[in-house]
Design a protein around this ligand. Sequence first.
Ligand code: GLY
Length: 578
Amino acid sequence: MTRSRLAALAAVLASLASPGHAQEAQPESTTALAERASVTAEDFMVATAHPLATKAGYDVLAAGGSAADAAVAVQMMLGLVEPQSSGLGGGTFLLYWNAALGELTSFDGRETAPAIADPGYWLGPDGAAVEFWDAVVGGRSVGVPGTPKLMEEIHARYGRLPWADLLAPAIDTAEAGFEISQRMADAIVEGQEQRLDAFPAAKAYFFDDGGSPKAEGSPLRNPDYARTLRLLAAQGTAPFYTGSIARDIVAAVRTETNPGELTLADFADYKVKERAPVCLDYRTYEVCGMGPPSSGALTVGQILGILSHWDLGRPGANTDIDHLFIEASKLAFADRGLYMADSDFVKMPAGLLDPAYLESRAALIDPGAAMGSAAPGEPPWDETRLYAPSADQPEFGTSHFVIVDRYGDMVSATTTIETGFGSRVMVDGFLLNNELTDFSFEPEADGKPIANRVEAGKRPRSSMAPTIVLEHGEPRLLIGSPGGSRIIEYVAEALIGILDLGLDPQEAIDRPHVVNRNSDTTEVEEGPGAEATIARLAAVGQTAKAANLNSGLHAILIGDGTLTGGADKRREGLAMGD
Ligand code: GLY
């Protein structure tokens, strides 16, 4: 890092860590960060959604910690300074590159439905699906969190520094206090619109004595979170899954409105699952990500596999890359809606990334005309259609971080409590997820079950797409994003930017988004070029409108002896390395 950049970072970090300091250095309100450039380093790097989380990871890496160690420190800090997006009360998918073994693996710390759940879980007394926000708010939307156990397991497997040391920075910051960032302050205001202040613990923490949302720059301390982390530091995650924290959560979800029915047995039964990553050969690369219960890698993979039939770096005079991307995305989302869910519970076609199948899907694209919406295809499978297509579920929240350590180990992790502030139920200093609303509310359609219906112990389908790209068996790129089901397109677009268009991570992240999840109307990121893009797309029959598309992409590109990181200008994150 250059001296000037270090000095700028020091100013940002100092302002965030000291309550009472003036508000001038909030990342989202400065033009300098809107014009940010990629950050380079040689030995290690971390990029997260908040400067204090990046700093926590950086310090661990600088002290000789592994990528797993840094991931623990980052996650514990994110749960404090970006509590609306992820934390102990949520779930995480994490890809790990083990340099010593030359091996890529993935960990599924997704939330699970309680044993009491059945396919009618989201149907009201009249048999109709409940309204989305009525389902979100309260204890019924809470699944058993997986993030604490995932963190403990990757530390046990790959850690180099003591577990307790990794929790210390978040404990110290929770006790000393930090300043509410612009993004968190905005989120509290939005959260109030959906009853954040109807829940006593959340109200006491996020609102002032007069009931107003705490403002940007307000000091915030979280002694309950510090106490929870001290317990975990001393005893590991046992208190969370079989002890006092489990008991507190089980009691807390029995809210007045929308009570949940999680039990201590649900917590005791929770398991992190190690899974083989899902990989697609793309150009000279292998693009690897999280398989089911996430739809992330399969849907990103389908988009890229379909687009591999065009040379996106040299598309030709009459070929519009945005149009091709929209059409590929519609086709991939059509398959996602029909086939993808927790494959431990439902049968899924093995051929969703089959090259011949994706070639047949690419053949449906007319480079000169939009197709309207797409129908699901028939990937190679020895079953006839078992399921009915599901409507797209609203999905929100979430955070992504990427880490490379000095030993060559790497982490790409997406972590969530679902909507901003999750279920709104706050216990022991952290918020509980509303991940069970990622299931289909309707259990069946046209006399067939929906693959992503609720079932006991099942994990809701996700869109999270933590990604590691390999070239000749070695890691080249780590990337991922929050953004609900738009995650898939944010990640696919950035991959195309880096792998096809030769952009550096920051340039690829900064490219305006174009999103279509198989609907009649494409979303074009609002901003200076939006109207021109909408007009250009209209020429090939695409209906498009401008929209606020708030990704949170974080990426590290691994070159020969150089790490190049980028952090999304749309949020307040930071890449930092040495
Ligand atoms: N709840 C966001 C996701 O899992 O994709």
